[in-house]
Design a binder for this molecule. Structure first.
Ligand SMILES: *Cc1c(COP(=O)(O)O)cnc(C)c1O
Length: 231
């Protein structure tokens, strides 16, 4: 399967899911997740009209981003260690994975030093999985983070539990939407983004209101970390 074909299949599924939910598909950001894929594969994806990419490791992004066209933009979607906050502020136009107040403070500190403002999403561990990062649904420090002058909270992000039955994760997506509405009320300002849905569950996420869907495998095919592929 070629990248062009994958993109058109995904776009059709997005349109269908949005139609089922009575939403406008034009408002959805399709974020290709390029971890584990080369700069060449990325350029092929960019040729399909996709300009913003997601990476989950600073280390990998730091090597890859300079190899790619400067018209591309990047979102950080993986767990960020505080000692990489400086690099993250320099490399990414959005950090989707703010998962602690200490990290938010560190990012804010570097944003100030580097003269930047950083759009962020707060990551929520909606299913309470021990293996995942993110705030508990009851303990999102939205006001404390909102008080950090260099961070601009644009919404929430979650990674649903892995499942072969996507319908099972619908309650977690619904929960994130409700939490976003509660955070908007708390801040007295609308939050535009809900980042939820990956290759296995993005159609359900769209039905539940996802504004950013993060797709790796569905767009690029399988990742092959550290392996040489035959083709
Ligand atoms: C890898 C990754 C994705 C994409 O995963 P696929 O299942 O390949 O679509 C999405 N979000 C995050 C945070 C990831 O690390």
């Amino acid at each position: 399967m070629s990248i062009a074909k994958n993109v058109s299949t995904v776009r059709r599924k997005i349109a269908e899911a949005c139609a089922r939910a009575g939403r406008d598909a034009a408002g959805v950001l399709l974020l290709p997740v390029s971890k584990g894929h080369s700069a060449e594969a990325l350029e092929e994806m960019a040729a399909q009209g996709l300009r913003i990419f997601g990476e989950n490791k600073v280390q990998e992004a730091k090597v890859k981003i300079p190899q790619c066209s400067s018209r591309l933009q990047w979102h950080m979607i993986g767990h960020l260690q505080s000692n990489k906050a400086r690099d993250a502020v320099q490399l990414f136009t959005m950090i989707q994975s703010i998962d602690s107040l200490a990290l938010a403070e560190e990012v804010n500190k570097w944003a100030e030093k580097l003269g930047k403002h950083v759009p962020v999403l707060l990551e929520v561990n909606t299913a309470g999985e021990a293996s995942k990062y993110g705030f508990g649904p009851e303990t999102i420090p939205v006001e404390e983070i909102n008080a950090l002058s260099r961070l601009e909270i644009q919404g929430l992000m979650t990674i649903a539990p892995y499942t072969n039955t996507p319908e099972r994760v619908r309650p977690y997506f619904r929960k994130l939407r409700e939490l976003k509405d509660a955070c908007s009320d708390q801040l007295g300002a609308p939050l535009p983004h809900l980042s939820m849905g990956m290759s296995g569950d993005f159609e359900i996420a769209l039905e539940e209101g996802a504004m950013i869907i993060r797709l790796g495998t569905a767009l690029f095919g399988p990742r092959s970390y550290g392996k040489k592929t035959a083709d």
